[in-house]
Ligand binder design. Structure first.
Ligand SMILES: [Zn+2]
Length: 244
């Protein structure tokens, strides 16, 4: 899961070359903010909010993570993959039942810029079919694996009706799943919040992420008086628009 400099360049190129697309009219109410399509969104729009996000699950550690989030009364966002989803249906159903936001991370954790249009569509719809079957919802939010995105993929997500979510704080937890190393991820989180970051990238694949990093992040958030919530809510998107 190394994010190479070429991927970063690709993302920067995409950010530089895409412009504000059409906000879909259903979002334009007095209580909500219009959430754009066709561009990468990496920050919350509602002041004072922060969104913890967990990619690549659900996995064997997801139930423990859900317990910790429940203990703190916090809802998070889970960008899930499809390829081993049927091994963790209970965790998937808990994510939805406990009010967290379920979002797409493609079926196979695909590197989307390498795929043709038909395969991009099948990565998204393959996961949609599973989610429809097991939890009865289809997300409107996605995060591209490796944050790898170009203008062509963004256009495809627009066609398919997905808001594309990046991250403004990267904990790099996947490289620090060790009691002696996870403190560096905690430091990255604190530094990121100090720098104004609001959408936090982590993975529910690792023991240290769940038991050490998440607890530390929740304590820090409480200490600062921030409101931790889902990506959609921190974008000002009411719950009826999280899914289609
Ligand atoms: Zn991922």
């Amino acid at each position: 899961m190394t994010l190479t400099s070429s991927l970063i360049n690709l993302l920067l190129l995409a950010l530089a070359t895409t412009t504000y697309s059409h906000p879909h009219p259903h979002n334009q109410t007095a209580q909500s903010l219009p959430v754009p399509y066709g561009m990468v969104l990496a920050d919350c729009a509602v002041p004072g909010t922060i969104a913890l996000t967990f990619d690549d699950g659900p996995y064997i550690y997801t139930p423990a993570l859900l317990d910790i989030l429940a203990d703190h009364g916090v809802r998070a966002t889970f960008f899930v993959n499809g390829y081993r989803l049927t091994d963790h249906i209970d965790a998937l159903q808990r994510i939805v039942a406990e009010g967290h936001q379920l979002a797409s991370h493609t079926y196979n954790h695909a590197y989307l810029p390498s795929l043709d249009y038909a395969n991009i569509v099948s990565e998204m719809q393959g996961l949609e079919d599973l989610l429809r079957e097991f939890v009865g919802v289809v997300p409107r939010y996605m995060r591209p694996p490796y944050l790898a995105m170009d203008g062509r993929v963004l256009a495809a997500m627009d066609d398919l009706g997905y808001h594309v979510i990046g991250a403004s704080i990267d904990t790099k937890d996947f490289e620090r799943d060790d009691p002696w190393l996870i403190h560096d991820s905690i430091r990255r989180f604190v530094d990121g919040v100090n720098a104004g970051g609001t959408i936090v990238l982590a993975h529910d694949l690792y023991t240290q992420t769940v038991y050490t990093l998440t607890r530390a992040m929740l304590e820090e958030i409480a200490k600062r008086g921030l409101h931790a919530t889902t990506v959609a809510e921190c974008m000002g998107d009411p719950r009826e628009y999280w899914y289609r």
